[in-house]
Design a protein around this ligand. Sequence first.
Ligand code: PLP
Ligand code: COI
Length: 363
Amino acid sequence: MIATEFVSTPHPAPLAERERIEILKEPGFGRHFTDHMFVMRWQAGRGWHDAEIKQRQAFSIDPANAILHYGQEIFEGLKAYKTTDSRIFLFRPEQNAQRFAESATRMAMPALPTELFVRAIEALVTADRNWVPSGDGSLYIRPFMFADDVFLGVRPARAYTFCIIASPAGPYFKGGSKAVKVWVEDTYTRAGYGGTGAAKCGGNYAASLAAQAKAIEHDCDQVIFLDAAERRWIEELGGMNVFFVTNDGGLITPPVDGTILRGITRDSILTLARQAGRRIEERKIAFDEFRDGVRDNRIVECFACGTAAAVAGIGRICRGEGDFVIGSGSTGPVTEELRNQLVAIQRGHAPDENGWRHEVSGG
Ligand code: PLP
Ligand code: COI
């Protein structure tokens, strides 16, 4: 059975209005949360049920809950944007729904129908519409699902909780739109063939943290992972896909063949670049080809992209063997152009020729 009615228990803002407005001016990333949450349960033999929007609050978790032991958890990340005339748009939420269903299948969890996933997000954004920043900010939306079953045997859980929380967001990186520095990780890898690299599951991020800590130690903002088998091919960053810009304005990006996340921003950039007549190569690229290409001026820019970070220029690469700068070390013109084009569509400043914007009608 699928829940079709959501119970809504609106709760007045627990923060004074003045304080909330201050937060919305400079929200940072992932530090503040809206008033409400969406929660829905699934049980074997019963399906999805008890969908509700309620005041954001803690879960009570039994110490033998499977989530605490075997990590059966998946999540998504997408944003809502407020236009100058106070309309609210989501960006390609059906794509997140589809990826969420794929992640669920990989992690032996129940899939959530696209329509229900999108409607739940709309319901939460509507309840929390006053939390959607205008201007350069956005509301970061985090749907997630976890095993919610009390047992210690290793098997898929027979009960799950699906939840959505939201957080007003400013720039992901501390330096705002300044080009970032990236650490190339030689010891730890993120995913192998047949593993969970293509799923958005919490375990992938847990596995990335030791490498991210090394990146921070080396004064870098993010980590770039190489392939698990040869430590030769560039895969993706800890929380973003990666692109290289060639000296003819073409783009190279690693293919989605099971070890990296199929980024929605990645797909949007590829579509926009293709429509603008840029040459696109979705292929494996070795770290050596990248480093030599930068030295010989065949690769002139590099950027990371994802929902949280949007499009971020990469200015410097750090690896045990030495550092190098890409181009001038700042965000390049092609990166800038693609970023501006994408952001203008997301924020409703440019025509939406690909039908990517999804208006939240009760927003
Ligand atoms: N790769 C990883 C590991 C990520 O965590 C993300 C962010 O969600 C991405 C890529 C980019 O995906 P998207 O553009 O759908 O946000
Ligand atoms: C996102 O961009 O939505 C992510 O999940 C990545 C994470 C770095 C916040």
